[in-house]
Design a protein around this ligand. Structure first.
Ligand code: PHB
Length: 402
């Protein structure tokens, strides 16, 4: 094969989702040359619904780093959540408990803002670009072979060579697969015996705050998108098919999950989107090898119950951007070499939180009566203790960055 044309850059970033674009943006601000390759087209990403709770440090990262203030105007600040079990609601007041709030702002909106900022600043972000192969992860100049697939047409094969290669390409990461194939490391998994059935409904809000509900019919989450569109989920079997669920059947299930002696009911309306979302807990260790680094879902995934995915990706990016800035300015690799350990400390804390929220709020199909009653005792412990509420609030709103 003839040598394809080579592009040289300091930092090659595979993946143009929120993690990859935020990293690209932070590096560009420090004058560090970088190229982003993303397989999807921007319209597809902009319209892919994803969970949208931003911790305060994530909001600050968007506004203080010059991305856009839209998160503060369009985003919806939330001062707490409601835990609902045994048919009773328990409100957690985050400012009162831990002096913090969260902002509901969908991930696709975060993407839109970051993509606009990279365009505005002249960033080299190549959408509809497929990575074919990851090259030389065990060398000083790793790279990738890629080609444009814009408008469904395969362009000629090209090569990108860089000093540092970052995999920010999501849970099916090509860069991680290359590390799994060519380097030592470990994959840590936890599977759950359930999935989420997610809907978007044209309906008014049923509650000012998000409701995390546990019931004998399983878990339900009442979230929001706007005054007129609501996002809700209920626990289902992973093999569930959306075709089997009519609107009536869905509303019936959701109403049962939130029902209680207080007579609370959901406001309903036409369902405009139905999806089944599988999930698992996963961590790759270490998160780097020589000059190749993983950030966000490429290196770890959490179940959505704790709403941590994007926040954890931004936390990785913060640590990695700082390490790359130090390396570019001084030539020292110290922070780069510490990246995996530094990032993983937070990853495992958030893994614990996401696992804890998930197991405490879902009903295991095979759970014994003992287990069911124990977990309701656990929920009572959390809401009836100020320390319990504070513990949950502190983790939900996010620790300060390292
Ligand atoms: C969402 O609005 O999609 C959402 C909110 C909170 C979660 C998960 C998903 O924990």
């Amino acid at each position: 094969m003839t040598q394809p044309p080579v592009t040289r850059t300091r930092v090659g970033i595979v993946g143009g989702g929120p993690a990859g674009l935020m990293l690209s943006h932070l590096l560009a601000r420090q004058g560090i040359d970088n190229v982003v390759l993303e397989s999807r087209d921007p319209e597809t990403i902009a319209h892919t619904h994803r969970a949208g709770i931003l911790e305060q440090p994530s909001v600050e990262m968007l506004t203080d780093m010059g991305v856009d203030g839209r998160v503060r105007t369009v985003g919806d600040e939330h001062r707490g959540i409601i835990l609902r079990f045994d048919g009773e609601s328990h409100a957690l007041d985050f400012p009162e408990l831990v002096g913090a709030t969260v902002t509901l702002y969908a991930q696709n909106e975060v993407f839109v803002d970051l993509a606009a900022a990279r365009r505005r600043d002249g960033g080299d972000v190549r959408f509809e670009t497929e990575v074919l192969e990851v090259l030389d992860v065990d060398s000083d100049t790793p790279g990738v072979r890629f080609r444009s697939v814009a408008a469904g047409e395969e362009g000629p094969v090209e090569e990108l060579r860089c000093d540092i290669l970052v995999g920010a390409d999501g849970s099916r990461s090509t860069v991680r697969k290359a590390l799994q194939r060519d380097t030592e490391g470990e994959d840590h998994f936890h599977a759950y015996p359930f999935a989420w059935f997610g809907i978007l409904a044209e309906a008014p809000k049923s509650s000012p705050e998000l409701i995390y509900a546990r019931s004998e019919h399983g878990f339900g989450l009442i979230s929001q998108r706007s005054e007129t569109v609501q996002r809700m989920y209920f626990q289902c079997d992973p093999s569930t098919r959306v075709e089997d669920w009519s609107d009536d059947r869905i509303w019936d299930r959701l109403q049962r999950i939130v029902a209680g002696p207080d007579g609370f009911t959901l406001k309903t309306g036409p369902i405009i989107d139905k999806t089944v979302l599988g999930f698992r807990s996963y961590v790759r260790t270490p998160l780097s090898h020589r000059n190749v680094f993983l950030a966000g879902d490429a290196g770890h995934t959490v179940p959505p119950t704790g709403a941590k995915g994007l926040n954890l990706a931004f936390a990785d990016v913060r640590v990695l951007a700082e390490a790359l800035e130090s390396w570019a300015a001084t030539g020292s690799r110290d922070l780069l070499d510490a990246y995996s350990e530094t990032a993983l400390t937070r990853v495992w804390k958030d893994q614990n939180f996401s696992y804890w929220m998930t197991t405490m709020l879902h009903a295991r199909p095979d759970a014994s009566e003992f287990e069911d009653m124990r977990v309701r005792g656990e929920l009572r412990n959390v809401v009836q203790s100020r320390y319990g509420r504070q513990f949950l609030a502190e983790q939900y709103t996010g620790w300060p960055s390292a």
